[in-house]
Design a protein around this ligand. Structure first.
Ligand SMILES: Cc1cc2nc3c(=O)[nH]c(=O)nc-3n(C[C@H](O)[C@H](O)[C@H](O)COP(=O)(O)OP(=O)(O)OC[C@H]3O[C@@H](n4cnc5c(N)ncnc54)[C@H](O)[C@@H]3O)c2cc1C
Length: 383
């Protein structure tokens, strides 16, 4: 599949499958099984996997374009897709020695029949996902894990979960290991409902692991090597992906605002809102400037990921922090410009506004990213 073909497929799925049901799924908090089936049939679930396991072998540029296309129509589905791509990347980077157990799973993903996700955040360490408080216990040929995971996107819907826990012999808070738990693992369960302010249709419920047995061939990283995998494999794509969700939301907010300013009329003045009020035109222009600024930032991050250099990690950190703020600001402007019509949910703009508030609180949160950036500029160690 080429880059252009991937984006075309995403567009087709967005208009045929996502657009008709995004509003209803948001209202009902319903996970879109149809969306995942379509992404699977189209080959997009294996977007970044190599061809030898049935993947498309595409890179961050295509990932970013597909993500923004999905997010513009349904940010919940885009977030499910993002967490799947991250889970897949972690599985794909598994340590040597796991190949026999991992290869069939990668082939299932390549064939579009397997959805994965990440279960990192824990009740005990909250947004500090790099410091799980659960600890794997060594047992026979593998480990057992008991953990309380606070939010897991696609909880109860995914076929597998990439799970973090402190390594059995860990002596420090970041000495974690990543494991792969198939959905059928005994002791693994959804531990509560998902009724969020936004991203309501992505099943981001808590999950419990109660003495879950994990054989050694499903241990993805070496003991204690979960943290570098989080930083090097997961974080760059996660920050890129959440920035593209923000971009999709901003583009949808601009389009929705333009449509409203053209269609809503002051009948007594014989003008549309947009014709009548320069202040609304100026606010719309500011939304467009911020949206294009975010698109340029994402292009720059993609370029840094394609050609890694000294500034790449800084760009990774900056992009998610900036995108979270831009998404909130642009969708807030849309709410204000579209007035009571937006507030009373006639336009679908309020869904964008609610969805836009997730990015800044998903870990690493905007605050944490700014803290990391400030510390690294001053040469202070981050952890
Ligand atoms: C829709 C959604 C989907 C999610 N999906 C997943 C998933 O699939 N997998 C997963 O593992 N997790 C997931 N999460 C969890 C997410 O990544 C965060 O861990 C979670 O949102 C943190 O919330 P909290 O209340 O625990 O934050 P807290 O840690 O309690 O933070 C509270 C506030 O303190 C600030 N803060 C915390 N630490 C610092 C610091 N060091 N410096 C400055 N400020 C700080 C934060 O920015 C925040 O404003 C999801 C969350 C949401 C909302």
């Amino acid at each position: 599949m080429t880059h252009d073909a991937a984006v075309l497929k995403a567009r087709e799925i967005a208009s045929r499958v996502l657009a008709p049901s995004a509003g209803q799924n948001d209202k009902a908090g319903r996970f879109s099984i149809e969306a995942i089936a379509s992404l699977g049939e189209s080959g997009l679930l294996g977007l970044m996997l190599p061809a030898d396991v049935g993947g498309q072998g595409l890179g961050p540029r295509s990932f970013a374009a597909v993500m923004a296309t999905l997010a513009e129509v349904d940010a919940s589905v885009a977030m499910v897709y993002l967490m799947h791509i991250l889970g897949t990347a972690a599985i794909s980077a598994a340590r040597p020695g796991t190949a026999q157990a991992i290869a069939p799973i990668l082939r299932e993903i390549g064939a579009g029949r397997h959805l994965s996700t990440l279960a990192f955040s824990e009740v005990g360490s909250r947004s500090h996902f790099w410091a799980p408080v659960s600890r794997a216990q060594r047992k026979d040929d593998g480990v057992r894990i008991t953990a309380k995971k606070s939010w897991v996107t696609s909880a109860g819907q995914a076929q597998s979960y990439v799970v973090s826990a402190l390594a059995p012999e860990a002596t420090g808070p970041t000495e974690s290991t990543l494991y792969l738990l198939p959905a059928r693992t005994r002791g693994l369960s959804v531990a509560g409902p998902w009724d969020g302010l936004g991203l309501r249709a992505n099943a981001s419920a808590p999950m419990a692991m109660d003495d879950c047995e994990v054989p050694s061939d499903l241990q993805l990283t070496d003991d204690g090597a979960g943290f570098p995998a989080m930083l090097n494999v997961v974080l760059p794509l996660f920050n890129l992906g959440t920035a593209t969700v923000a971009l999709g939301l901003c583009r949808a907010a601009v389009a929705g605002t333009v449509a409203h300013l053209k269609s809503a009329k002051f009948e007594h003045l014989g003008q549309s809102l947009g014709e009548s009020l320069p202040t609304l035109r100026a606010q719309l222009a500011a939304m467009q400037i911020d949206t294009d600024g975010l698109a340029a930032r994402i292009d720059d991050l993609v370029d840094h990921l394609e050609k890694p250099r000294e500034t790449t990690m800084l760009r990774v950190l900056e992009s998610k922090a900036a995108a979270g703020d831009v998404a909130i600001s642009v969708t807030s402007a849309a709410m204000r410009i579209c007035g009571g019509a937006a507030f009373s949910k006639h336009l679908g703009i309020e869904r964008l506004f609610r969805d836009a508030h997730a990015g800044a609180v998903m870990a690493p949160t905007g605050d944490v990213l700014r803290e990391f950036i400030g510390k690294s500029l001053l040469g202070i160690s981050l952890f």
